[in-house]
Design a protein around this ligand. Sequence first.
Ligand code: OSB
Ligand code: MG
Length: 357
Amino acid sequence: MTATVERAELHEVAVPLRVPFKGAHITVTERRVVLVRLVAGGAGGWGECGPVPGYSADDVDAAWEALAAAVPGLLGHPPDPAPPARLTLTAAAAVSQAAADLAARLAGRPLWRAMGGETGRITAGASVGLHDDPAALVDRVGREVAAGYRHVKLKIRPGHDLAPLAAVRDAFPGLSLAADGNAAYSRADGETIRALDAVDLDYLEQPLPADDVAGHVLLAREMQTPLVLDESAAIPGWQEALAGTGAGIGVTVKPGRLPWPDVVATAKLDGPDHRFRIGGMLELGVGRAHAAAAATLPGYSLPTDLSPTSRYLADDVAGGMPLADGRLTLGERPGLGVDVDPDRMAAATTRKLIVLG
Ligand code: OSB
Ligand code: MG
């Protein structure tokens, strides 16, 4: 007999960042997220809804309302990773995550294996925000390298690009390095963007606006550095815009904004028109563990920027995955493989809703 969902919980929690994280259009000082828990047959599955203000299209208040309206409809049904309609992007992802974790726990399998992952170790990465002082940036990257990271992604913006990137490259000649423009450039900045070829980046993420996939294809033809879409992948149309281009454009998939069935399907599109990577959005431990599980799928071949959450969060409600030798290990425990600590959860909770069948 298949277990059906008998209880749903929403927990809104707020956790401060260790230091503010700056991108071209954002400064993140705290993460406010909604953790979704679905319970069936004595097991509980967790998902995380964590829109980033200024980056994500939806916000946590809208997501809360949508989740509160949707979760009663999940009761009495088996956990289904395909989310119900009428949810915001990040709310749909969170419900999908909770159902997928629950289904994997009920089946007694690690989530990453249930989703098609082949090896439970992934290469970690560190995303480093904008620094006004290049020396401070080099110092910060040095600390990431000393901690074991082998891949570092640096935020850039117009006026803060080639010089800081070149300073980091000079200090760390062999480091796997990438840059993220967060859509802050325009086609008129072509010369500035092409000059970044001098830095030997693994990839350059989303220099141009979200709605300009064609501009990225044009740039890719003029550059050695591979280009990767991020903001463009959050709106429909990127797949059609890349089809047949052969431009080798990469796409950042974020499990915090894409339901599990789509994360699995996207990995299978790996080919000459596009390559894929899993990216983070400063998740708490629940969302981070889902992202890490996705990164074990064979189609996600470009480097991740996934680290343990302790790198950027002062405290977290869920225990993390260990970093060893520049890699994260997922383990063989059923489901997500991380535990939510009830005491830390209670201390960080700002609102809560429990729905019983
Ligand atoms: O553009 O990839 C991005 C964080 C929040 C919102 C957007 C982005 C990011 C990151 C951080 O770059 C990656 C991470 O989670 O460490
Ligand atoms: Mg990005």
